[in-house]
Ligand binder design. Structure first.
Ligand code: SF4
Length: 198
């Protein structure tokens, strides 16, 4: 499988925010969002065997493994091989929602829809990056149209630095309260600022 990076850090987004996790960032993506915060993951990666990745998981004392990218489900069968060969870990995936999520493979699914045109796969958590009022209104229309439960909607600020996040969080919180959404503050940015692999 093509892997961009593997590292242990805090889950800073969504319903599992605050938990320590082993992040496995897989290389490659089927989209090219202009505000992508991990552009390096689209083409930066090295080949690793499923067994090498499984050994890295086994060497971690953390109980959660987060499959992210890029778009990790482009390498679905390799993920299945790894998940089948490690025991006692919980797996979560962060996907852009364009590829069906295999049922039963993950303990927790987070979809971050990048196109608000179609229907998203079923997920535990739906994350939206919001840069302004127009983005929020677009999320509102999407939630209404798709019928996804408001308590599964997590709004996060469009930011890469601690300063940006701090400035945006208070107004975003008010907007979340008014709509019944949750705030996803990008905790890893608040803790580590604009750093990679932490
Ligand atoms: S789907 Fe995610 S990883 Fe892919 S280009 Fe968009 S933001 Fe970047």
């Amino acid at each position: 499988m093509r892997v961009t990076e593997i590292f242990e850090s805090i889950q800073g987004e969504g319903a599992l925010m605050g938990r320590p996790m082993l992040f496995i960032r897989l290389a490659g993506c089927n989209l090219s969002c202009e505000w992508c915060d991990t552009p390096y993951a689209r083409d930066e990666g090295r080949e690793m065997s499923a067994e090498d990745v499984a050994m890295r998981i086994r060497s971690s004392h953390l109980s959660w493994v987060c499959w992210t990218g890029g778009e990790p489900l482009l390498q679905r069968s390799a993920i299945e091989d790894v998940v089948a060969s490690v025991r006692g870990y919980r797996h979560t995936v962060e996907t852009n929602g364009t590829i069906p999520v295999p049922s039963g493979l993950f303990d927790h699914v987070t979809v971050s829809p990048k196109s608000l045109a179609g229907m998203p796969p079923l997920a535990d958590c739906y994350k939206f990056v919001v840069g302004g009022k127009g983005d929020l209104e677009e999320v509102d229309r999407y939630v209404l149209r798709t019928g996804i439960a408001r308590e599964r909607v997590y709004i996060q600020p469009m930011c890469t630095t601690k300063d940006e996040a701090t400035r945006l969080l208070a107004p975003l919180w008010s907007a979340c309260v008014a709509r019944g959404y949750a705030l996803s503050p990008r905790l890893h940015v608040l803790v580590f600022d604009d750093r990679r692999g932490v």
